[in-house]
Design a protein around this ligand. Structure first.
Ligand code: NDP
Length: 336
């Protein structure tokens, strides 16, 4: 495993982070979840990402249990706040001071830890003044419940305003968590240059486009049993954006490119996001421990210019690059 600094902080994290969205507490049984976490630890992954909303809080509990007994100082544990949890009461959502303060305590309890390394705003909250959110985050840090603060899917302007305020309040906003893969490059034109200027890293989600870039979904064929596209607990719905023949045919064209480099298609996809120097880590999911073993081999891989060009040629027009799509991930009103 290779390790990178998170933003301009002194915190080192593994180039590959294990994430448990849609798997723990949902698609996979708890014993398999634990096996995946242990496979990650065995492979040198020290960084784990979850959120209070995953499986409506159960994913945090499953991760906390799977990590029980590990040396806390050797781990970096990340979680998030924003989306509605619990019974979905009017204040069980968003980035108000009340919801942040209550949520962090509940997350720590489920994760069986006194602090998280990174506490992230899962989205931007247009209903709460940014000052209120940032002051609450400052207090969470001063109380020692989180060491660093991050955000997810914020636009360049939102990032700039957040970082400026974090500096005034004396805490470190070090990361943004956007979707990023060979197929989804919308952060490249605006978010990445701004973040670089601000000393903020990207920690990127769905680097394999939820498994699509592994090449296992054949155009015109039924998804393999047990895969996310066949998961009626929510997975099939989440992945459907990429499940069309235009995309799947183009993805098959990556097979010879991967073979040329000696990597599997999954490894090529993860290595690709790590070529961007603003990316501190690829957040990778797994439904089976063997996948973790395969995926970690993408750490430390350097792809040459001809491989990067061959990837662009193979994917052609199905690559999404529209910078305006980041703003569209900000919910128009607070979800509740
Ligand atoms: P990936 O693109 O890594 O997809 C992971 C899925 O792909 C696995 O669950 C598995 O699904 C399949 N897969 C993994 N390895 C292989 C392999 N070697 N060969 C074939 N299939 C494979 O990322 P995710 O979409 O899971 O997201 C990763 C993390 O990002 C999340 O856990 C979460 O931490 C974060 N995230 C953050 C969001 C945000 O808003 N901030 C939103 C979404 C995710 P299967 O076997 O079932 O097909």
């Amino acid at each position: 495993m290779e390790y990178r600094y998170l933003g301009n902080s002194g915190l080192k994290i593994s180039e590959i982070t294990y994430g448990n969205w849609l798997t723990h507490g949902s698609q996979v049984e708890n014993d398999v979840a634990t096996q995946c976490v242990h496979a990650a630890l065995d492979a040198g992954i020290s960084t784990f990402d979850t959120a209070d909303v995953y499986a409506n809080t159960v994913a945090e509990s499953v991760l906390g249990e799977a990590l029980r007994g590990q040396r806390r100082e050797s781990l970096e544990i990340f979680t998030k706040v924003y989306f509605p949890t619990g019974p979905g009461g009017k204040n069980d959502t968003g980035l108000s001071r009340k919801h942040i303060m209550e949520s962090v305590n509940a997350s720590l309890q489920r994760l069986q830890t006194d602090y998280v390394d990174l506490y992230q705003a899962h989205r931007y909250d247009t209903a709460t003044p940014l000052e209120e959110t940032m002051l609450a985050f400052a207090d969470v840090v001063r109380q020692g419940k989180a060491l660093y603060i991050g955000v997810s899917e914020w636009t360049a302007d939102q990032l700039r305003a957040g970082v400026e305020m974090s500096r005034e309040l004396g805490f470190q906003l070090v990361s943004n968590q956007p979707q990023y893969s060979m197929l989804w490059r919308v952060i490249e034109d605006e978010v990445v240059p701004t973040a670089q200027e601000l000393g903020v890293s990207q920690i990127v989600w769905s680097p394999m486009a939820q498994g699509v870039l592994s090449g296992k979904y054949e155009p015109g064929a039924q998804p393999p049993a047990g895969s996310r596209a066949a998961d009626e607990n929510g997975g099939a719905d989440m992945i459907k954006r990429f499940m069309n023949d235009d995309v799947l045919k183009r993805v098959q064209k990556l097979r010879p490119v991967a073979e040329e480099t000696g990597l599997s298609m999954a490894q090529l996809a993860i290595a690709w996001v790590l070529q961007n120097e603003n990316v501190a880590t690829a957040l990778v999911g797994a439904s089976r421990p063997e996948q973790v073993g395969e995926n970690v081999k993408a750490a430390g891989v350097r792809l040459d210019k001809s491989t990067m060009k061959a990837i662009d040629k193979a994917l052609g027009k199905v690559v999404e690059r529209d910078a305006a799509l980041t703003a569209r991930t900000t919910p128009r009103s607070r979800l509740a």
